[in-house]
Design a protein around this ligand. Structure first.
Ligand code: PEP
Length: 249
Protein backbone atom coordinates (compact mmCIF):
# COMPACT_ATOMS: atom_id res chain seq x y z
CA UNK A 1 0.00 0.00 0.00
CA UNK A 2 1.35 3.46 -0.81
CA UNK A 3 2.16 6.14 1.75
CA UNK A 4 1.20 9.72 1.22
CA UNK A 5 3.80 12.47 1.27
CA UNK A 6 3.04 15.39 3.58
CA UNK A 7 4.69 18.79 3.75
CA UNK A 8 3.54 20.56 6.91
CA UNK A 9 4.28 24.07 8.09
CA UNK A 10 4.33 25.00 11.76
CA UNK A 11 3.89 28.74 12.14
CA UNK A 12 4.31 28.53 15.94
CA UNK A 13 3.33 31.87 17.58
CA UNK A 14 3.46 33.88 14.36
CA UNK A 15 0.80 35.29 12.07
CA UNK A 16 -2.05 37.79 12.10
CA UNK A 17 -5.12 38.12 9.90
CA UNK A 18 -2.97 40.23 7.57
CA UNK A 19 -0.98 37.06 6.73
CA UNK A 20 -3.73 35.45 4.63
CA UNK A 21 -2.36 36.53 1.22
CA UNK A 22 0.17 33.74 1.79
CA UNK A 23 -2.50 31.20 0.82
CA UNK A 24 -3.25 32.83 -2.51
CA UNK A 25 0.39 32.19 -3.44
CA UNK A 26 0.56 28.71 -1.93
CA UNK A 27 -2.70 27.37 -3.44
CA UNK A 28 -1.42 26.82 -7.02
CA UNK A 29 1.78 25.22 -5.68
CA UNK A 30 -0.28 22.82 -3.55
CA UNK A 31 -2.58 22.12 -6.50
CA UNK A 32 0.39 20.94 -8.57
CA UNK A 33 2.07 18.95 -5.80
CA UNK A 34 2.41 15.21 -5.30
CA UNK A 35 2.35 15.96 -1.56
CA UNK A 36 -0.45 16.85 0.78
CA UNK A 37 0.16 20.36 2.08
CA UNK A 38 -0.70 21.31 5.64
CA UNK A 39 -0.27 24.62 7.42
CA UNK A 40 -0.60 24.86 11.20
CA UNK A 41 -1.11 28.53 12.09
CA UNK A 42 -1.76 29.81 15.63
CA UNK A 43 -5.22 28.90 16.94
CA UNK A 44 -6.58 32.39 16.27
CA UNK A 45 -6.03 31.87 12.53
CA UNK A 46 -7.34 28.32 12.08
CA UNK A 47 -10.83 29.40 11.09
CA UNK A 48 -9.81 32.26 8.77
CA UNK A 49 -7.11 30.10 7.18
CA UNK A 50 -9.58 27.24 6.68
CA UNK A 51 -11.95 29.71 5.01
CA UNK A 52 -9.16 31.11 2.82
CA UNK A 53 -8.17 27.57 1.78
CA UNK A 54 -11.66 26.33 0.85
CA UNK A 55 -11.54 24.69 -2.55
CA UNK A 56 -7.73 24.36 -2.47
CA UNK A 57 -5.53 21.35 -1.61
CA UNK A 58 -4.16 23.08 1.50
CA UNK A 59 -5.17 21.52 4.81
CA UNK A 60 -5.13 23.37 8.13
CA UNK A 61 -3.95 22.07 11.50
CA UNK A 62 -3.64 23.05 15.14
CA UNK A 63 -0.39 23.14 17.12
CA UNK A 64 -1.74 21.50 20.30
CA UNK A 65 -5.00 20.43 21.91
CA UNK A 66 -6.27 19.53 25.36
CA UNK A 67 -6.94 15.89 26.23
CA UNK A 68 -10.51 16.71 27.32
CA UNK A 69 -13.29 17.83 25.04
CA UNK A 70 -14.58 20.67 27.22
CA UNK A 71 -14.52 21.97 30.79
CA UNK A 72 -12.75 24.29 33.18
CA UNK A 73 -9.40 24.58 31.37
CA UNK A 74 -8.80 28.28 30.92
CA UNK A 75 -6.79 29.11 27.84
CA UNK A 76 -6.88 25.61 26.38
CA UNK A 77 -8.43 24.43 23.13
CA UNK A 78 -10.02 21.01 22.68
CA UNK A 79 -9.75 18.69 19.70
CA UNK A 80 -13.46 19.08 18.77
CA UNK A 81 -12.95 22.87 18.81
CA UNK A 82 -10.04 22.58 16.36
CA UNK A 83 -12.15 20.35 14.13
CA UNK A 84 -15.06 22.77 14.37
CA UNK A 85 -12.74 25.63 13.33
CA UNK A 86 -11.72 23.71 10.20
CA UNK A 87 -8.58 21.79 11.22
CA UNK A 88 -7.85 18.33 9.86
CA UNK A 89 -4.60 17.66 11.79
CA UNK A 90 -3.00 18.68 15.07
CA UNK A 91 0.68 18.75 16.02
CA UNK A 92 1.21 17.10 19.41
CA UNK A 93 4.24 16.74 21.67
CA UNK A 94 6.35 19.33 19.84
CA UNK A 95 9.64 19.73 21.71
CA UNK A 96 8.76 23.36 22.47
CA UNK A 97 5.67 22.11 24.33
CA UNK A 98 7.55 19.27 25.99
CA UNK A 99 10.24 21.73 27.18
CA UNK A 100 8.16 24.85 27.76
CA UNK A 101 4.96 23.32 29.14
CA UNK A 102 6.28 20.17 30.80
CA UNK A 103 4.37 17.85 28.47
CA UNK A 104 5.15 14.21 29.13
CA UNK A 105 4.68 11.24 26.82
CA UNK A 106 1.52 10.28 28.72
CA UNK A 107 0.05 13.75 28.11
CA UNK A 108 0.83 13.47 24.40
CA UNK A 109 -0.77 10.03 24.33
CA UNK A 110 -3.99 11.34 25.93
CA UNK A 111 -4.09 14.29 23.53
CA UNK A 112 -3.53 11.98 20.56
CA UNK A 113 -6.45 9.80 21.64
CA UNK A 114 -8.68 12.89 22.00
CA UNK A 115 -7.55 14.23 18.63
CA UNK A 116 -8.25 11.06 16.78
CA UNK A 117 -11.64 10.63 18.51
CA UNK A 118 -12.50 14.11 17.22
CA UNK A 119 -11.55 13.15 13.66
CA UNK A 120 -8.18 14.93 13.61
CA UNK A 121 -4.96 13.32 12.42
CA UNK A 122 -2.40 13.61 15.24
CA UNK A 123 1.10 14.62 14.12
CA UNK A 124 3.13 13.24 17.01
CA UNK A 125 6.60 14.76 17.48
CA UNK A 126 9.55 12.87 18.91
CA UNK A 127 13.25 13.67 19.00
CA UNK A 128 16.38 13.53 21.10
CA UNK A 129 18.44 16.35 22.60
CA UNK A 130 22.06 16.91 21.57
CA UNK A 131 23.28 15.46 24.88
CA UNK A 132 21.26 12.32 24.27
CA UNK A 133 22.58 11.98 20.71
CA UNK A 134 26.17 12.53 21.82
CA UNK A 135 25.68 9.86 24.49
CA UNK A 136 24.61 7.41 21.78
CA UNK A 137 21.06 7.28 23.15
CA UNK A 138 19.13 8.84 20.27
CA UNK A 139 17.31 5.73 19.08
CA UNK A 140 16.59 4.56 22.62
CA UNK A 141 15.13 7.99 23.59
CA UNK A 142 12.96 8.22 20.49
CA UNK A 143 11.78 4.63 20.92
CA UNK A 144 10.75 5.44 24.49
CA UNK A 145 8.92 8.60 23.41
CA UNK A 146 7.09 6.66 20.69
CA UNK A 147 6.08 3.87 23.04
CA UNK A 148 4.72 6.40 25.54
CA UNK A 149 3.15 8.91 23.15
CA UNK A 150 1.31 6.85 20.56
CA UNK A 151 -2.36 6.22 21.31
CA UNK A 152 -3.03 2.72 22.62
CA UNK A 153 -5.11 1.87 19.55
CA UNK A 154 -2.45 3.19 17.17
CA UNK A 155 -3.01 0.21 14.86
CA UNK A 156 -6.38 1.64 13.86
CA UNK A 157 -5.60 5.34 14.08
CA UNK A 158 -4.60 7.53 11.14
CA UNK A 159 -1.51 9.27 12.45
CA UNK A 160 1.69 10.95 11.38
CA UNK A 161 5.03 10.83 13.21
CA UNK A 162 7.47 13.74 13.04
CA UNK A 163 11.08 12.99 13.93
CA UNK A 164 12.51 16.31 15.05
CA UNK A 165 15.91 16.23 16.73
CA UNK A 166 15.58 18.97 19.36
CA UNK A 167 19.03 20.38 18.56
CA UNK A 168 18.06 20.86 14.90
CA UNK A 169 14.90 22.90 15.53
CA UNK A 170 15.34 26.55 14.67
CA UNK A 171 19.13 26.28 14.81
CA UNK A 172 20.05 25.95 11.13
CA UNK A 173 21.61 22.56 11.97
CA UNK A 174 20.16 19.45 10.34
CA UNK A 175 20.81 15.84 11.15
CA UNK A 176 23.04 14.09 8.61
CA UNK A 177 21.24 12.11 5.92
CA UNK A 178 22.70 8.94 7.42
CA UNK A 179 21.35 9.76 10.88
CA UNK A 180 17.92 10.69 9.50
CA UNK A 181 17.75 7.48 7.45
CA UNK A 182 18.78 5.40 10.46
CA UNK A 183 16.27 7.05 12.79
CA UNK A 184 13.36 6.87 10.35
CA UNK A 185 14.03 3.17 9.77
CA UNK A 186 14.19 2.63 13.55
CA UNK A 187 10.88 4.46 13.99
CA UNK A 188 9.20 2.53 11.19
CA UNK A 189 10.29 -0.78 12.75
CA UNK A 190 8.42 0.16 15.93
CA UNK A 191 5.10 1.17 14.34
CA UNK A 192 1.98 -0.96 14.31
CA UNK A 193 1.28 0.14 10.72
CA UNK A 194 4.81 0.52 9.34
CA UNK A 195 3.84 0.42 5.68
CA UNK A 196 1.19 3.10 5.81
CA UNK A 197 2.31 5.50 8.56
CA UNK A 198 3.77 8.74 7.30
CA UNK A 199 7.05 9.74 9.04
CA UNK A 200 8.16 13.35 8.62
CA UNK A 201 11.58 14.85 9.28
CA UNK A 202 11.70 18.23 10.98
CA UNK A 203 14.61 20.43 12.02
CA UNK A 204 15.83 23.36 9.91
CA UNK A 205 14.34 22.04 6.65
CA UNK A 206 15.02 24.68 4.00
CA UNK A 207 14.67 24.91 0.21
CA UNK A 208 18.32 23.91 -0.20
CA UNK A 209 18.21 20.70 1.85
CA UNK A 210 14.61 19.57 1.29
CA UNK A 211 15.17 17.53 -1.84
CA UNK A 212 17.98 15.45 -0.31
CA UNK A 213 16.00 14.79 2.89
CA UNK A 214 12.82 13.91 0.98
CA UNK A 215 14.72 11.49 -1.26
CA UNK A 216 15.44 9.17 1.70
CA UNK A 217 13.37 5.99 1.56
CA UNK A 218 11.71 6.30 4.96
CA UNK A 219 11.20 10.07 4.89
CA UNK A 220 7.61 10.72 3.85
CA UNK A 221 7.65 14.48 4.16
CA UNK A 222 8.74 17.37 6.31
CA UNK A 223 7.58 19.40 9.28
CA UNK A 224 8.85 22.89 8.61
CA UNK A 225 9.05 25.68 11.19
CA UNK A 226 10.95 28.86 10.29
CA UNK A 227 10.96 28.31 6.53
CA UNK A 228 7.17 27.87 6.48
CA UNK A 229 6.72 31.54 7.44
CA UNK A 230 8.01 32.63 4.04
CA UNK A 231 5.66 31.50 1.28
CA UNK A 232 8.47 31.48 -1.29
CA UNK A 233 10.62 29.16 0.84
CA UNK A 234 7.70 26.95 1.84
CA UNK A 235 6.57 26.69 -1.79
CA UNK A 236 10.09 25.63 -2.79
CA UNK A 237 9.99 22.88 -0.15
CA UNK A 238 6.56 21.74 -1.40
CA UNK A 239 7.96 21.66 -4.96
CA UNK A 240 10.90 19.55 -3.74
CA UNK A 241 8.36 16.80 -2.96
CA UNK A 242 7.59 16.49 -6.66
CA UNK A 243 4.69 17.43 -8.85
CA UNK A 244 1.26 15.83 -9.03
CA UNK A 245 2.28 14.01 -12.17
CA UNK A 246 4.84 12.00 -10.17
CA UNK A 247 3.62 9.04 -8.18
CA UNK A 248 3.60 9.55 -4.39
CA UNK A 249 5.24 6.71 -2.45
C1 PEP B 1 9.52 22.92 14.08
O1 PEP B 1 9.23 23.86 14.80
O2 PEP B 1 8.79 21.91 14.07
C2 PEP B 1 10.71 23.03 13.26
C3 PEP B 1 11.14 21.95 12.64
O3 PEP B 1 11.30 24.27 13.18
P1 PEP B 1 12.50 24.72 12.16
O4 PEP B 1 12.11 24.23 10.79
O5 PEP B 1 12.52 26.20 12.26
O6 PEP B 1 13.73 24.07 12.65
Amino acid sequence: MSRRTLIAGNWKMNGLTGSLDYFRELAPVAADSAAEVLVCPPATLIHPVAQACRGTRIRVGGQDCHARNSGAHTGDISAPMLRDAGASHVILGHSERRAGHGERDMDVQAKAAAASAAGLVPVICVGETLTEREAGQAVEVVARQLAGSLPENSAIVDLVIAYEPVWAIGTGLTASLTDVAEMHAAIRERLKNPLTTCILYGGSVKPDNAEALLSLADVDGALVGGASLDVTDFSAIVRAAGSGTQLAR
